[in-house]
Design a binder for this molecule. Sequence first.
Ligand code: MAN
Length: 380
Amino acid sequence: MRIERAQMNPIISPIHVTPSSPEMQVVSAFNAAAVSWEGETLLMLRVAEVPRNVADDEVAVPIVAHVDGSAHVEVRRFKRNQPGLDTSDPRAVLFNGEIFLSSLSHLRLARSKDGYHFAIDTKPALFPTEPYEEYGIEDPRMTVLEGRVYINYTAVSRYGVAVALASTSDFVTYEKHGIILPPENKNVVIFPERIGGRIVMIHRPATTGLGGQQMWLAYSYDVLHWGQHTPLMGKRPGMWDSIRIGAGAVPMRTDYGWLEIYHGVNDEQGYCLGAVLLDLEDPSKILARSNLPFLIPEAEYERTGFFGNVVFTCGAVVTEVEDESVVRIYYGAADQYTCRADIDLEDIIDSLHTPAVLVRPPVNLNEVPYPTGAACPIGE
Ligand code: MAN
């Protein structure tokens, strides 16, 4: 399969992004949602910032605090040699059992005519303001559904990692709709059209003990209330998606089925991208799945950065180039940069393998499109 990484990768680096305030410094611009909108490619970037003013012997944690009902960024400072402090993971700061994030993320809009050169807004589109967003808002996905753009994102706080929803119709004003899935859940993608009258999402709860990480489907009539949760697919021991798994880009309608590009993690390769093909009428039916990832952290900017060995997508767009459908994947590299890689849709489809047929466990959920005896990779 030919994967064309953009020659100008990374197409967006932290230095291209204006900080949200003079006190902050941008360390990462990555994991962007992507959508084609009125002739342009729009990215909703995750912008991670750290406080500028930090002494050498200090560790600083930016959080959103509420004073008299209004939200502002506050910095918690620890002495580097303070007992009980653990900064071994660059993404987090642990102090006596409490977990904080080392940076504070918000969401920022970037626009492009050619899909390579982006004009990045100087102000955030969405900033963490709610108590359940106090450690930041991350990893957005954008779905155009019935004329409105829905932006779901990860909301991080002392209460855990949850999924929140916002929406816009013009990328000028945004409305926050609050939490749609409580902790611990992330990696949500909402399908761009109703299926059998219902809006559909893939989500990824993380349970401890039984279950672990699995991708699930859920259904809604109004995009705010979700139910009829159904397990879709799990990790596969010994394979590229053996340690962690989660939906990436918003599912793309193709002639073959819904194409979902998802991330998988294993010890050797880190965060990689592969795909799963779901039935157009019944997305709980898995038609095919990558046995091998097609995007692996190999380039220098993917292997080294804020957190190395990561390629992670939150959005892709399908474009027609000389009668060929090309999937243009926008992805975060090393949790620091935004990159682009193009792959022919036919090549992705050809690379997928039909999963082993297992019998699904019996379920009793009304109306869930759950064909008995269909391919079931749960626990593969
Ligand atoms: C998590 C997510 C992403 C991040 C990866 C790799 O799964 O929160 O934001 O890119 O980890 O660090």
